[in-house]
Each structure stands twice: as C-alpha cells, then as structure tokens.
Design a protein around this ligand. Structure first.
Ligand SMILES: NC(=O)N[C@@H](CC(=O)O)C(=O)O
Length: 425
C-alpha cells in the first residue's frame, strides 16, 4: 500500500500543515513531516475535508444499467469528493430482500471507489401494502439500517407506524419521501403562481408538510427514528423546528438543487428541471438555506437521480422526475454557503455518517482517523459540461454553468480514488 504525504494542506479552517496517509489511516499531522517512502502531493491552496457521505443516491442497478451502474455512480461519487453513498431501494427488482441489498453491497465492494451502503425498501415492491423483510435486510451482509420507499411515500399511517416500531430493535431509521399522494395526483411542478401561469398541474407544499407533520407525531408516539428525505418547503422547516424542539428523534436532508434553483426554471419547459419534490419558490429556498445553517436541517443529500436520454429529453409531462447531483454537490454548497468548511463537513460528511451509522466515515482528518478524505481547490472555477460527467446519464441542471470549487483528490481508506481531478480506475 502506497503512503502519501499531503503537503501544505488546510484541514478545514486550520492553518496549512502536512498529512501523512499510511496503512489506511491518517498517520501523522504537522508541519514539515518527512516523506520517507511516501509519494508527495503538493496541496498548497487546497482544503482537506472528511470524505463526503451521501444519504440519498440512486444507482439504478439492478434494472436500469443504461442510466447508471453501481460502478459508474461510484465513480461519479468519488469525483464529487464522496467516500460513501447510501443507495436508494427503487431499483428493478426493488431492494426489498436480503438478496438484492447484498447484491448492491457486493457490487459496491467490487467497484471499490466508495463505500456503497444499500438502503432497503420499507414495503414489498414499494407498493405501500405490506412491510418488506426489514429484519432479514438488517441481518444480511449489507447490514441495512436505513429503510425507504423513496420515489413513493409510505402513505398508510398504520404501515408507517409499524415500520417505525420494527426498526427500533436494531436502531434503524425510516427515511420518508414525504408526499401525500392524494394531493399530488397528476402534479407536474410546484403549485403556485408559475404553475398557474403555465397551466401545469401543481404539487402543493402542503402535500409534503402534512406527511412530515403526521410522521413526526408517529415517531414521537413510538419513540423511533425518522429521517425526512429532500425537504423542500418553508412550512416543512417549521414543522421540523417544532418537532426537534420537543425532542422528537427526527433528522432531515435538503438537496443542492432545492438550495439553489426555483420553480421559475419550469418556464423553459426543459424537463431537466423536473424533479420530485419540485423546485419551489425563492422564499422556500431562503428558508431551506437558513434551516441548514441553523441545523434544523441536518444534511445536504444529493438525491442523485440519473435518467436515460429517452426518459428525460421528451415532453415535460412525460419526463421522469430527477436530476444528477454527485459531481456538483460540493460546488453548489460552496456557491451557497461560501468557504464555511466546518459547516460543509458537518452537513455533508459527519452528520450523514452518524445518521447512517457508518463508522469510519465522517471523521475529520486527525492522527489515527481512517483516511477517508477529499482535497478541494476552493479557488478553482469550472464550467459544467454534461458530456464530461462520469455518470452514465446527462441530466444535470447545471449544464454550462460556471461553479466554484474542484475536487482534486479523494482517498478511500488511504487509497486514492481520484488524483489530479481524475478517477484513478
Ligand atoms: N427525486 C426524483 O425526482 N426522482 C427519484 C425518485 C423520486 O423521488 O421521485 C428517482 O428515482 O428518479
């Protein structure tokens, strides 16, 4: 195993120092370390962060390997500075058995670019009727702890209650896609002024808020852990704020796109901006930013949702919802929050690692810490070219935008997965 001496790097907000990475851990930190047999990387101007952890990634394997595979999604993740991703269950077949979650977990190990932690479905086939084999998935080699029907809401309150109760036994968490389905039938975009003008059926904020309100009460009632996926409205933030103040065991995530883009993008009728939950208003964006800074929202999660060209480059009404996120998330965070490295490390690495129970991930670079880390050049700016992305899909909403920050290197347990901005394998 090669050792690396990372010279003159700032660890988060600290002064420039050297990091010696050896045998999978950060062996030493300090000024003027000697290289010995280590490969020297000059990291002047770069910032070292704990490797990013994504709580919400769609890898599409098994079933839609034309849109993404575990390997291509892992490469996109590593290039985005990630060392772990949680793979959503809405594959085909659905990840609702020990067999499927073990398959995804094994494919992740084989790719070896990030830790792939499968998420299990809450209900069989995401159909919302019967609980899946949560215990068998938890006991499998994949050690599933997060369960989600993401893409669908667990709408039946009794089923949601049972799921919350069931996962308590192994400190699991239910990650809810909060969308009251009766309120979003036929919905194409956020319900508001823009949808009225365009004549598109709206997805009202209350469809999200009503489910979050119900679920925090259920989680409180049974004393279990709830995680809320892709929070998108100012009203949801208020529900979460109240629940947290009461001590409910609830955590929440927001996506990079909901921190940056608004429903006005739908005026282009370009389906690249169609996503679930939909892009909301500038008021919502401001509330989400404040909630993330404050900690009412715990995590930035990408909801990386690759889609094949035929599913995206068609009429708005027929396009699948979802956008790419892994290769641009850190840049969006930097654009929105500036170089607040401790905040970025907390919301994009430590907190998601804690919620997912991933030991060894989300640990700041310090002597003895597992060498899962990423080196960022905050001064770099890059133009996003869809064709240059490592994802098999092209549906980035940031095409041809200039974004700040560039991932220069990523290390997974001491081995580089990205060097000089390029994937190592
Ligand atoms: N977030 C999205 O817009 N899409 C997700 C699932 C979903 O939440 O609809 C996908 O799997 O494509």
């Amino acid at each position: 195993m090669t050792a690396y001496l990372i010279r003159n790097v700032r660890v988060l907000d600290g002064e420039p120092t050297d990091l010696l990475v050896r045998d999978g851990v950060v062996a030493e930190v300090g000024g003027g370390l000697t290289a010995g047999d280590a490969t020297v990387l000059d990291a002047t101007g770069l910032v070292a962060l704990p490797g990013l952890v994504d709580l919400h990634t769609h890898l599409r394997e098994p079933g839609r390997e034309d849109a993404e595979t575990v390997e291509s999604g892992s490469r996109a993740a590593a290039l985005g500075g990630y060392t772990a991703v949680c793979a959503m269950a809405n594959t085909s077949p659905v990840a609702d058995t020990a067999g499927v979650v073990e398959q995804v977990w094994r494919l992740g190990r084989e790719a070896g670019l990030v830790d792939v932690q499968p998420i299990g479905a809450v209900t069989v086939g995401l159909a919302g009727e019967r609980l899946a084999e949560l215990g068998a998935m938890a006991d499998s080699a994949a050690r599933v702890r997060i369960f989600s029907d993401d893409g669908h809401c667990v709408a039946d309150p009794r089923l949601m209650r049972r799921a919350l109760e069931y996962v308590k036994a192994f400190d699991g968490v239910i990650a809810q896609h909060a969308e009251e389905p009766r309120l979003t039938e036929g919905a194409q975009m956020h319900e508001g002024e823009v949808s009225t003008r365009l004549g598109l059926t709206g997805w009202p904020a209350v469809a999200e808020e009503a489910i979050i309100a119900r679920d925090v009460l259920l989680a409180e009632h049974v004393g279990s852990r709830l995680h809320v996926c892709h929070v998108s409205t100012a009203g949801s933030v208020e529900v979460l704020r109240q629940a947290k103040a009461r001590g409910v065991r609830v955590t929440a995530e927001v996506t990079p796109h909901h921190l940056l883009l608004t429903d006005e993008r739908a005026e282009t009728y370009d389906p690249v901006f169609k996503v679930n939950p939909p892009l909301r208003t500038a008021t919502d964006v401001a509330a989400l930013r404040a909630a993330l800074a404050e900690g009412v929202i715990d995590v930035i999660a990408t909801d990386h949702a690759p889609h094949a060209v035929e599913d995206k480059e068609c009429e708005w009404a027929y396009a699948r919802p979802g956008m790419l996120g892994l290769e641009t998330a850190l840049s969006i965070a930097l654009d929105v929050f500036g170089p607040q490295w401790d905040l970025i490390a907390e919301r994009m690495s430590r907190a998601p690692a804690r919620i997912a129970g991933l030991t060894g991930q989300g640990v700041d670079p310090a002597p003895g810490a597992p060498a899962n880390l990423t080196l960022v050049d905050p001064a770099a700016r890059r133009v996003i070219e869809p064709a240059e992305l490592a994802s098999r899909s092209r549906n980035t909403p940031y095409a041809r935008m200039t974004l700040p920050g560039r991932i220069v290197a990523t290390f997974l347990r001491g081995e580089p997965t990205v060097l000089d901005g390029k994937a190592v394998k």
